[in-house]
Write a protein that binds this ligand. Structure first.
Ligand SMILES: [Zn+2]
Length: 508
């Protein structure tokens, strides 16, 4: 028997709205947390994000134009909320991360080989990197000088790199990885190690620098190879497809290839006493392999909702178009009151598996594989393009499984609740509370308002066209609006102006 989603989801919204600054995000809803007293979020400090048009990505290129043209400077890409994230002047094509981690000592030794192309002539260039001792650093096999300040690693190649030239930076480093403060959240991001020794990475939005040198902004998506060595019999899993397993005395190296462009914030490794559990029936339904990475206690008593993942993939494909990656699944980890849509391997805190919300959070993180992972926001100010879409996917699943009346109920109930909450509109997220409840539920209602305005045919064609056009690349809010107007054949910007930037939530 299914839970009553209306009550359950509204309860989740209440939790999220009440503790947005203490709780990483609603998808992240800690199922054990009691609702907190509602507090008004910080006043938006980035109104410019709503009205300033920066880069409009109109082509289908998989290389973001702003990265190529060197917008921003060496120490930042000029994000509307976090201008110092990422680095200008080059475009990364591929990261190879060779990582050796021993939980007994907590020492991570890494070699990051970064294949990139200069977009301007580079006397120096920056990577985002925090902690660790750098043992060796070369550019095109020549030793390079470097300096460090905060999260900026500044590298001076022995010779300037001409504009347009490819180059390879290789950084060898060692140290004890640790989570780092996030400017967007009240909790730490990046590499985490639980008390039982399980390590995992949750980096959205600014935590990738805690475990490898990165151009840590979603504008610079790249492909990845992970070679992860851990003591046998521990398991190490990363994004992408397992292509090789090399056993040595006391240690096992696993190689994962992520062949589709991925933003740094969605990179992950999970290391621990874990089982890979294949789902043959789900894989058949999904048309791609589904494998989950589970603690033995979960693997031996699978939660029923996990068995619905194949049907969820098939349903979302029917709405958005083909699933964008080579495989899917989740990893269940301890001491994480959240879930995060790392590409091909979403991470779930173990509190979810017994929660009545589990089914809907599974849909939410799966939908992010299209919205966030495949199409990535070019600016963090457009986070509703991730969270509003993933929240609406939960409601589409509800409509699919419970019928149209359930959708009407959840949308009306959510709107009523949001009208009573003091939240910023979803198009103006506060930098220090990026994942506030508005970008989820008010953002989801924005899509529903568009659907009511232009009708089901145009709405679902808009979604599929947007995915087909921007998949593999990045997009901004105005790109989505342009697709909606193209499909509807008339202006709909008034819908978005009211729903994304208005101070009060409109009537549906
Ligand atoms: Zn989400």
């Amino acid at each position: 028997m299914r839970p009553r989603p209306f009550v359950v989801l509204l309860a989740a919204a209440a939790v999220a709205a009440g503790c947005s600054s203490a709780d990483p995000s609603p998808e992240t809803a800690d199922t054990t947390a009691a609702p907190m007293t509602t507090t008004a979020p910080a006043a938006p400090t980035t109104a410019a994000a709503a009205t300033t048009t920066t880069t409009t990505t109109t082509s289908t290129t998989t290389v973001p134009p702003s990265a190529l043209t060197g917008i921003g400077d060496q120490a930042g890409l000029g994000d509307s909320l976090y201008p110092d994230l990422g680095n200008g002047g080059y475009d990364v094509a591929h990261y190879t991360l060779e990582l050796t981690f021993d939980p007994a000592t907590d020492v991570l030794t890494g070699i990051a080989t970064i294949d990139a192309a200069a977009t301007i002539e580079l006397d120096v260039f920056n990577l985002d990197f925090i902690g660790f001792e750098i043992l060796d650093l070369t550019v095109d096999e020549q030793p390079a000088d470097f300096s460090r300040a905060g999260r900026e690693l500044t590298i001076e190649p022995s010779m300037p790199i001409p504009a347009g030239e490819a180059f390879t930076a290789r950084i060898e480093y060692t140290g004890t990885p640790a989570p780092i403060p996030s400017r967007a959240l009240s909790f730490q991001v990046g590499w985490r190690t639980a008390t039982d020794g399980t390590s995992y990475v949750v980096s959205e939005p600014d935590g990738a620098a805690s475990w490898f040198p990165a151009n840590d902004h979603p504008l610079d998506k790249a492909t990845f190879t992970f070679r992860v060595t851990v003591p046998t019999p521990l398991l190490a899993v990363a994004n992408g497809v397992l292509t090789d397993t090399i056993t040595d005395i006391g240690a096992t190296t696993r190689v994962y290839e992520m062949d589709q462009p991925m933003p740094t914030y969605l990179t992950t490794v999970v290391i621990g006493d874990l089982d890979v559990v294949d789902d043959p029936a789900g894989s058949a339904a999904a048309g791609v392999p589904i494998r989950n990475v589970l603690p033995p206690v979960v693997a031996t008593d699978l939660p029923p909702a996990l068995g619905e993942q194949g049907d969820m993939v098939a349903f979302l494909e029917s709405v958005y178009g083909p699933y964008p990656f080579d495989l899917y699944g989740i990893a269940v980890v301890p001491e994480f009151p959240a879930a995060l849509e790392n590409s091909t391997l979403s991470i779930f805190g173990d509190g979810f598996v017994s929660s009545p919300l589990f089914e809907f959070v599974l849909v939410h993180e799966l939908a992010h594989q299209w919205f966030g992972d495949h199409i990535t926001p070019a600016d963090w100010g457009d986070i509703w393009l991730n969270e509003g879409f993933a929240t609406y996917a939960e409601w589409l699943w509800l409509e699919h499984t419970e019928g149209p009346a359930a959708l009407d109920q959840i949308t009306a109930g959510t709107r009523e609740q949001l009208a009573l909450a003091a939240l910023p509109p979803p198009g103006i997220p506060p930098p220090d509370d990026l994942f506030n409840a508005s970008v989820y539920r008010w953002g989801g209602l924005t899509l529903h308002a568009l659907r009511l305005e232009i009708g089901d045919d145009a709405f679902f064609t808009t979604l599929r066209t947007y995915v087909a056009r921007y998949g593999g690349s990045t997009a901004r809010t105005e790109d989505f609006i342009a697709v909606a107007e193209e499909i509807a054949g008339r202006p709909v910007d008034d819908v978005f102006d009211a729903w994304l930037y208005g101070e009060t939530i409109p009537e549906l």
